[in-house]
Design a protein around this ligand. Structure first.
Ligand SMILES: Cc1cc2nc3c(=O)[nH]c(=O)nc-3n(C[C@H](O)[C@H](O)[C@H](O)COP(=O)(O)OP(=O)(O)OC[C@H]3O[C@@H](n4cnc5c(N)ncnc54)[C@H](O)[C@@H]3O)c2cc1C
Length: 445
């Protein structure tokens, strides 16, 4: 080890795998810096040797977006709350802070994120850099809450981007795919902490699709899951309540049974049965529609938004104009039926408000999301490519962290600001210190 690598804490690479087990790599070197100076030293070290640097968060992307070739930079030691601006409800977080730490960090200040996705295992920088979102017609993805970032750029210098410093870069830097620089901290616009009143009910496929617009606008956060090979869906309608409203949480035993046992262990079992005996899948799915989703409870927002996910899977998710969701889902249903596939995982449908981030899946468009999944031991490609073909017809934009087969040219056709983002990348990283094959594919070399 040279003096420089010792200073920067760089060690030989070991094998890294993502959560969905769709990607693995053994980078040349790895580093886990604990300060901004160390991050800058690693970037300078790499640049002088013409190595690339790829930052990795919690490895929860299904795509190769976080795959490092030369130097893998793990930001998990950049962790914690760095500042609170109470009059404005803003917080500054170190980039590697995991979302599940936020209730403890923000709770004492009476603050919360306005919306969250299905899980909270991601880092704040990783989640926002890929456009992670939850559901809610009036609520955009997490990155829309970012009001400022601090970034280590390709020459190892520090760049502030905020409403007053380099503001023209904000729509790119909030959701930057890790392509522009290494985020070391992010300042987020939060909201006063709140509760959610959750109503989970079974519904019929046609009934829910026919009334979808009314359902998504009637409550703050609406989503549903459709079980392929059935007419059944499970709806989730969450209404925001003040923090001092009465809580009626799911009891610990019921939570354990529903979230851990039913949603995860039984799902894994069903997936394995479906693998060895695919013909049983439709019957299993029909059973699932009867077992899941008939409960009402009220709890802290983060308890309701997030669920544990212990059964590994692979996922593709597309954003399309919200009004197109019923037609697109019916097309997917016809595709599954016509191809004779046996799909054991439910299809998830959510919505989000338009935002201004250049590479947001909801950029300047109120969006509906359709997510398809396959058990991680099943090959997803035929199913995912078939669904992607349908999404093409609806001007679909793929989630950056979920499997898709698009390239820069086809993405530029659906993202009005794709070229602006590429120009920002040319400005901040002209020598492509932060690139990897995935970024070359979706942004160009
Ligand atoms: C079980 C499961 C459930 C999920 N649920 C949802 C959901 O409900 N909604 C949704 O939208 N998505 C969801 N996702 C996708 C997930 O939120 C995203 O893939 C997210 O990027 C993962 O965050 P991460 O910390 O693991 O980042 P990683 O996957 O490790 O990295 C993602 C990208 O962020 C970049 N990055 C990380 N840190 C930095 C940094 N400090 N500076 C610059 N770039 C950085 C990386 O270089 C990479 O390009 C889910 C994924 C899984 C596995």
């Amino acid at each position: 080890m040279t003096v420089e690598t010792a200073i920067a804490g760089i060690t030989p690479g070991t094998t890294w795998r993502n959560w969905g087990r769709s990607e693995s790599v053994r980078p040349l070197m790895m580093a886990s810096p604990s300060s901004v100076d160390e991050v800058a030293a690693i970037v300078r070290f790499a640049r002088e040797r013409e190595f690339t640097v790829k930052t990795v968060g919690a490895g929860h992307s299904f795509t190769a977006i976080a795959r490092a070739q030369d130097v893998q930079l793990d930001v998990s030691r950049l962790d914690g709350l760095l500042g609170v601006d109470l009059p404005r409800n803003r917080v500054t977080l170190a980039a590697g802070t995991k979302l599940h730490r936020l209730p403890a960090l923000l709770g004492p200040y009476g603050l919360a994120l306005p919306n969250m996705g299905d899980i909270d295992r991601q880092t704040i920088a990783g989640a926002t850099s890929t456009g992670t979102h939850g559901t809610g017609a009036h609520y955009p993805g997490l990155a829309a809450q970012i009001v400022a970032v601090t970034m280590v750029t390709a020459d190892g210098s520090i760049l502030r981007i905020s409403e007053t410093e380099n503001p023209e870069l904000l729509p790119a830097a909030r959701l930057g795919l890790g392509a522009l620089g290494i985020l070391v901290d992010l300042t987020l616009q939060c909201v006063p902490a709140f509760l959610l009143h959750a109503v989970e009910r079974p519904g019929g496929f046609d009934e829910v699709l026919d009334g979808l617009e009314q359902r998504v606008t009637a409550v703050d956060h609406f989503e549903f899951y459709w079980w392929p090979h059935t007419d059944g869906v499970m709806t989730k309608s969450n209404t925001r309540l003040p923090a001092d409203a009465e809580r009626h949480p799911v009891g610990p035993v019921a939570a354990f049974v529903e979230d851990r046992v039913l949603s995860n262990a039984v799902l894994a079992l069903l997936c394995n049965v479906g693998r060895v005996a695919p013909a049983l899948t439709p019957g299993i799915n029909r059973l699932a529609t009867r077992v899941y989703g008939n409960r009402t409870y009220t709890d802290h927002s983060y308890e309701v938004f997030v669920s544990p996910r212990t059964t590994r899977f692979r996922e593709m998710e597309y954003a399309i104009p919200r009004a197109a969701i019923p037609d697109a889902l019916r097309d997917i249903r016809s595709l599954i039926d016509s191809r004779g596939w046996r799909i054991s995982f439910p299809v998830e449908v959510r919505v989000a408000a338009a935002d201004e981030n250049w590479l947001s899946t909801a950029s300047q468009r109120d969006s509906g999301y359709i997510a398809v999944h396959r058990y991680f031991r099943d090959d997803p490609e035929e199913y995912f490519r078939g669904v992607e073909q349908i999404m093409r017809g609806y001007q679909g934009r793929p989630h950056w962290g979920k499997i898709h087969y698009k390239n820069a040219e086809s993405l530029a056709a659906v993202y009005p600001h794709h070229a602006d983002f590429v120009a920002a990348r040319d400005r901040l990283d002209p020598d492509r210190v932060f690139t990897n094959p995935y970024l070359d594919r979706v942004l160009g070399v």
